[in-house]
Write a protein that binds this ligand. Structure first.
Ligand code: DX5
Ligand code: ZN
Length: 223
């Protein structure tokens, strides 16, 4: 079943609680939290204190997308702050299998992320241990970028591999998901749909979350 994951990167950080609750009223079911360190990606965002505040503002699961070097060092602080899902980049982890185990040991749902230039098949050895696989459909670091069409091949490949290998991971997509692209990503196999600018950019998160989710559900009904 498709779910909408509002990405707070494009929200008004001074009013984060209100923004998250509005997106939730519009049908968002998981809150996507972008963690950036200024090294792995050329931008900085937030750390465990903000996650702890978000934890008080909503009961929805918090999906932490770690765009940082050495994510192992932050597994425990984010778990303690109340993160529920944590995804780490294939490109940032020297020992990816160990990092995923560490996340699970801390009671969070482990996920793995790939950048636009990384192929899905490199993930085959770890697909059995993840709750979700996140396909970046833009280069990570900023909201509001254009969707990279090759990502659709990756979503299809993940759906095919899940079937072939008899696994149950969920397929997530992040970057450039908006009214003009959401049907395509759903048709290609994405179920967890991250959207930042398309939810928060116009200042009407409840309305825009609702219409995005409706478009996704209509696409799902056609598949
Ligand atoms: C980008 C982040 C995304 C970002 C997506 O590095 O990982 O979660 O918020 O933004 P949009 O939906 O605006 O492309
Ligand atoms: Zn993200």
């Amino acid at each position: 079943m498709v779910e909408l994951l509002p990405s707070i990167l494009s929200a008004d950080f001074a009013r984060l609680g209100d923004e998250v609750r509005a997106a939730e009223r519009g049908g968002g079911t998981v809150i996507h939290v972008d963690v950036m360190d200024g090294h792995f990606v050329p931008n900085l965002t937030l750390g465990p204190p903000v996650v702890a505040s978000l934890r008080k503002a909503t009961d929805l699961p918090l999906d932490c997308h770690m765009m940082i070097e050495n994510p192992d060092e932050f597994v425990e602080p984010f778990a303690e702050a109340g993160a529920n899902w944590m995804s780490v980049h294939y490109e940032a982890c020297r020992h990816l299998h160990r990092s995923l185990e560490l996340i699970a040991q801390h009671g969070m749902r482990p996920g793995v992320v790939i950048n636009p230039a990384t192929e899905v098949d490199v993930l085959i050895p770890v697909l059995g241990m993840v709750h979700h696989v996140l396909v970046m459909s833009v280069n990570p670091g900023f909201g509001g970028q254009s969707f990279i069409p090759y990502s659709l091949n990756k979503l299809r490949r993940l759906r095919e591999l899940r079937q072939e290998l008899g696994l149950s991971y969920r397929i997530e997509v992040d970057g450039g998901v908006a009214h003009d692209t959401i049907a395509m990503v759903v048709e290609a196999g994405a179920e967890l749909l991250v959207a930042g600018n398309a939810v928060f950019g116009a200042g009407h998160p409840e309305r825009d979350a609702r219409s995005l989710l409706e478009a996704a559900q209509q696409a799902e009904a056609r598949v």
